[in-house]
Design a protein around this ligand. Structure first.
Ligand code: C2E
Ligand code: CA
Ligand code: CA
Ligand code: CA
Length: 275
């Protein structure tokens, strides 16, 4: 997707902006990339503040592009959503994350939940639940070891049927959390219909600590609703101690560990999963 590719597509270039051009190149690459196994998942631990143990691990996708090198999900997920590629890609992520977690369990590593990011486009598919049942059946991962993270803005865009879908996932034993909580400006009343297990405080509110009006509000909201609360993007000891003191259940961020390739995360788990 970098400059060397331009020669072959020189014809299009004068008519397209750099961004449209890049997108065009990327979309034509998507299916090949999936076929050629260029997508990989990295794993970032979420630690329980009570036990100091790894409670959960978030799967985060990367694209190992043969010419451009690693591409951040921020640079291709939005395009994958626009083009519908997120459907096969999201299924691949779900399957790979569940397969990997089952493999870790079969190796006798301390069991952890795996959290998979799902786009609202995926949730809106009629066969979303069927897809998940299929993956669980194929990989043999027990549903209680799977968590689905859906962004607040994703839920805002969704229809009533999605409330029903999330309830069904929950009844299967799958955990549900609302990602990037506090960024979507949706009404609390609306969000509470979704009946989730946990809210994830967005990184920008963690960064405001110790001036953390919003983080405090989310934590006390979770406490009064009996929900778990997770903080993402924890980078300093000050932030961590503040969050723990205020009753945040789980923490995740560069302070504890960056997203790691599966093999490296495995070693972390092997070291007993303790902080
Ligand atoms: P997210 O779900 O909010 O994930 C957290 C992002 O923050 C990750 O970026 C992670 O690497 C980064 N992060 C973690 N700890 C820290 C920290 O302490 N400081 C800072 N500055 N950043 C931290 P990443 O991996 O680049 O992913 C970006 C976004 O792409 C994710 O945001 C998520 O919305 C999306 N994404 C990633 N993987 C998937 C996927 O498999 N499916 C879908 N639909 N979206 C995905
Ligand atoms: Ca997430
Ligand atoms: Ca997040
Ligand atoms: Ca975020």
């Amino acid at each position: 997707v970098k400059s060397n590719g331009k020669k072959d597509f020189g014809l299009y270039e004068p008519k397209m902006s750099e961004k449209i051009y890049k997108n065009f190149m990327m979309v034509s690459d998507f299916n090949r990339a999936l076929r050629e196994n260029e997508f990989v998942l990295h794993y970032q631990p979420r630690y329980h503040t009570g036990t100091n143990k790894i409670q959960c691990v978030e799967a985060l996708i990367r694209w190992d592009h043969p010419e451009s090198g690693p591409i951040s999900p921020l640079d291709f997920i939005p395009l994958a959503e626009e083009t519908g590629f997120i459907i096969p890609l999201g299924k691949w992520v779900m399957k790979e994350a569940c397969r990997q977690n089952k493999a870790w369990q079969d190796q006798g590593l301390p069991p952890v939940r795996v959290a998979v990011n799902c786009s609202s486009k995926q949730l809106q598919q009629d066969d979303f639940i069927t897809m998940i049942r299929e993956v669980i059946g194929q990989t043999g991962l027990s549903p209680e070891w799977l968590e689905i993270e859906i962004t607040e803005s994703g839920l805002m865009r969704s229809e009533h049927t999605n409330i029903v879908k999330l309830r069904e996932l929950r009844s299967m034993g799958i955990h549900i959390s609302i990602d990037d909580f506090g960024t979507g400006y949706s009404s609390l009343n609306y969000l509470m219909q979704f009946d989730v297990h946990a809210l994830k405080i967005d990184r920008r509110f963690v960064q405001q600590i110790p001036n953390a009006v919003i983080a405090n509000t989310i934590i006390s909201l979770c406490r009064s609703l009996g929900l778990n609360v997770i903080a993402e993007g924890v980078e300093t000891i000050e932030q961590y101690e503040y969050l723990r003191r205020y009753g945040c259940d789980e923490v995740q961020g560069f302070l504890f560990g960056k997203p790691l390739p599966a093999k490296m995360f495995e070693m972390l788990l092997l070291e007993s999963g303790a902080l």
